[in-house]
Design a protein around this ligand. Structure first.
Ligand SMILES: Nc1nc2c(ncn2[C@@H]2O[C@H](COP(=O)(O)OP(=O)(O)OP(=O)(O)O)[C@@H](O)[C@H]2O)c(=O)[nH]1
Ligand SMILES: [Mg+2]
Length: 258
């Protein structure tokens, strides 16, 4: 469906067996082997449908020479605001496009479309709304984009610090945004997200003068989960810290695009 120039895709919850099935659900086949008089049950981890679809997406991105970044965070940490500002800079040198996931509304897509970049909005509100973007949903969203006219595709995932980290969508790099209003403990409480990402943004640092927030502690917590991960201290409001963040994306994109 095309709404004011924004493609809107409805993702069904349990469609085709993808939906809200998580890799950690552990419902792979159980094999029974007999050793003498003993029966041993062996659970095999099978490649699930999402991994197969993610591989297919990755091939499409390679064929079209597109660098893909998956941007994840809790609701409200600043994904859309960071992206609005980031696009303004990147679009001077790269042809950018965005896929944005939300349970409901096209509000983020409308904000991002103002950049001039093509934007596809995915809504997952049918059947209660998926809490993440899965690879098959991304594949569907690609129909709304001219893949030969894109160098960098940024995916704003659904606001959630848990589930999106479990789903490979065929991206090249993953970034988590944590804002300074969320508490220093979050990397330890939600370790998968920080383990799976390639970089972290500590956003809303313009608010630090008004908070009791320990930047050294949160950074140590991030590095405890993922040693050596780059951590960029940013304000999407003032663009403080954006130079290093933008340099990182540019370097990653150039590595892929040549
Ligand atoms: N002070 C301050 N506010 C920010 C900053 N970044 C974002 N905000 C504000 O935080 C609120 C949420 O920002 P969004 O960019 O919409 O957050 P989001 O992560 O895209 O939210 P969802 O898509 O709903 O998950 C908005 O009111 C923004 O203006 C920042 O760096 N500093
Ligand atoms: Mg948003």
């Amino acid at each position: 469906m095309l709404l004011d120039g924004i493609h809107r895709i409805k993702a069904r919850h349990h469609k085709d067996g993808h939906g809200h099935q998580h890799p950690h659900d552990g419902d792979g086949p159980v094999e029974t082997r007999t050793r003498g008089t003993r029966e041993i049950k062996v659970v095999r981890r099978v490649l699930d449908a999402n991994e197969i679809m993610a591989r297919a997406n990755r091939r499409v991105f390679a064929d079209h020479k597109i660098f893909v970044l998956n941007l994840m965070s809790s609701p409200g940490s600043g994904k859309t605001t960071t992206l609005e500002k980031t696009l303004r800079h990147l679009m001077q040198d790269f042809r950018c496009a965005v896929i944005v996931g939300d349970i409901c509304t096209t509000q983020d897509a409308e904000r991002l479309a103002a950049s001039g970049a093509p934007v596809v909005q995915i809504n997952t509100d049918e059947f209660g709304g998926d809490c993440h973007l899965a690879a098959h949903v991304i594949e569907k969203a690609l129909d709304g984009l001219d893949l030969d006219a894109i160098d960098i595709l940024i995916v704003e995932n659904i606001g959630n610090l848990v589930c999106p980290a479990e789903f490979d969508i065929g991206e090249d790099k993953r970034t988590v945004i944590l804002s300074v209003t969320e508490g220093e403990d979050k990397p330890l409480k939600y370790p998968l997200m920080f383990r799976e990402c390639d970089a972290a943004l500590l956003n809303k640092i313009d608010l630090l003068p008004y908070l009791d927030y320990d930047v050294k502690l949160v950074t140590a917590n991030i590095l405890q989960i993922h040693p050596d991960m780059p951590v960029f201290e940013t304000s999407a409001k003032t663009e403080e810290g954006f130079a290093s963040w933008l340099a990182w994306i540019r370097a990653c994109a150039k590595e892929k695009l040549g």
